[in-house]
Design a binder for this molecule. Structure first.
Ligand code: HEM
Length: 265
């Protein structure tokens, strides 16, 4: 039987985004110039919590970080992360280039990606996993930001998309007993309290030195333990066999702040 090829996957790009990760060298950064750049590009500040639908920016200050299987000092040791999103790739590119220059001599690394059509989500999964998910809240309500870049192994990309699809659902034995929860059910506790955003690399698998996925989460202080519990559930390959194929970069934890000025204060 021929396996269904990737030509059936939808290649539509619904948006573009990037995280500009910077490590301070102690030199002063011109926050006013960064704020002016955001204004010039018409970026709405996500801190205000109006769900961003178009051009937006967010300023995230380091709280801590944990190393992952993929060594990445630039993310692990970043002091500041600036998120930019747009429906137009040019806005994101311009922001990243100009912001990187403004941040010099800080050490800067840009993680960027696209929002694509979901590959494994039908109507019921959409209703269950996305339609009732928490939307972006003001920074004061959900101040925690987690950046979790990751890639999947060559073995994953060798699977056809129908087989990849099966890892997002529970598995059952012939008697109907659930043998594993799969990605969506293992992570269910996070739906109501974790804002989720995933950029994919435009090319899958992503080239060496880049990530397949850049996932990002926001939550309230009270829900930080849930964030960690959801990550642990996903990493437990007995509950979620998909993670056998995952290699995580660092988990970077930041605090959402109100402005460019507050980022460098
Ligand atoms: C909080 C509850 C969560 C739910 C309900 C959930 C559900 C889902 C679903 C349904 C998909 C498939 C999307 C598609 O159709 O393409 C997906 C993809 C993905 N999720 Fe989650 N997820 C959650 C949390 C997380 C967390 C905490 C991480 C990482 C730490 C994560 C990482 C990913 C990645 C990287 C993909 C893309 C995988 C691929 O295309 O191979 N998710 N998630």
């Amino acid at each position: 039987m021929t396996t269904p090829g990737n030509e059936f996957l939808d290649q539509t790009r619904h948006g573009f985004g990037a995280y500009v990760c910077a490590r301070s060298t102690g030199a002063r950064v011109d926050a006013a110039a960064l704020a002016a750049l955001c204004a010039r590009l018409g970026l709405v500040n996500e801190f205000d919590g109006r769900p961003a639908d178009g051009e937006s920016v967010a300023f995230l200050r380091r709280q801590g970080a944990a190393a992952g299987a993929i060594a990445d000092d630039d993310v692990l040791r970043a002091d500041w992360v600036i998120h930019v999103a747009s429906r137009r790739s040019g806005i994101v590119e311009t922001f990243c280039q100009d912001a990187s220059k403004l941040l010099v001599p800080a050490r800067v690394r840009v993680l960027s990606g696209v929002i694509g059509t979901k590959n494994y989500t039908g109507a019921a999964m959409n209703n269950w996993a996305y339609a009732r998910a928490v939307v972006q809240q003001p920074g004061a309500v959900m101040p925690n930001a987690f950046l979790v870049p990751m890639s999947k192994t060559a073995d994953w990309w060798r699977l056809d998309w129908m087989q990849r699809h099966t890892y997002f659902l529970p598995r059952y034995d012939d008697s109907g007993r659930m043998t594993s929860e799969g990605h969506a059910l293992a992570a269910a506790e996070g739906i109501a309290c974790m804002l989720r955003r995933t950029y994919r690399h435009p090319v899958e698998p992503a080239p060496e030195g880049t990530y397949d996925f850049i996932t990002y989460f926001e939550c309230a202080d009270a829900d930080v333990p849930t964030f960690h519990a959801v990550c642990e559930a996903l990493r437990d390959v007995a509950r979620n066999p998909e993670w056998r194929f995952v290699r995580e970069g660092p988990t970077w934890h930041g605090r959402r702040v109100a402005s460019a000025q507050a980022l460098f204060a």
